[in-house]
Design a protein. Structure first.
Length: 137
């Protein structure tokens, strides 16, 4: 199991006598999005105070999946490049003390122009086996 976990470099200091560790899950060297293990340890006696994370069944299941890429990284970049559009917008600078507007380009996409440019969605992912775009909702 430990071969699939990588400790986050940044972690919370043990101010309350509890050291908190967060591990990301990697399967075949590839990070598993939204999958983490968290362990809280009492610094005085070493007791595990809290544990949470995916069951090892998740890792066993993912290990059965096909990992041979059928779409190259270069092809994926080409797909993204073809889909990206930009539009110009006035945006409020929330970091400024007074109301200040900035003229900014905002990234958007159009799914082969099926949607109006102004309503474009983002490509969330590209399937590594098919090259299919997976759009945000």
């Amino acid at each position: 199991m430990t071969q699939y976990l990588r400790l986050w470099e940044e972690r919370e200091e043990a101010e309350d006598g509890i050291e908190r560790f967060t591990f990301s899950v990697y399967v075949n060297g590839i990070p598993a999005e939204y999958n983490q293990f968290r362990v809280n340890i009492n610094t005085e006696n070493g007791a595990v105070m809290h544990y949470s994370g995916e069951s090892s069944n998740f890792i066993k299941e993912v290990l059965t999946y096909e990992t041979t890429l059928k779409v190259t990284k270069e092809k994926v970049l080409e797909i993204y490049k073809e889909a990206i559009r930009v539009k110009l917008e006035w945006c409020i600078d929330n970091d400024a003390e007074e109301t200040v507007y900035q003229l900014l380009y905002k990234q958007t996409t159009g799914e082969n122009y099926k949607e109006p440019f102004e309503c474009g969605r983002e490509i969330r992912y590209i399937d590594a086996h098919t090259g299919e775009k997976i759009w945000s909702k």
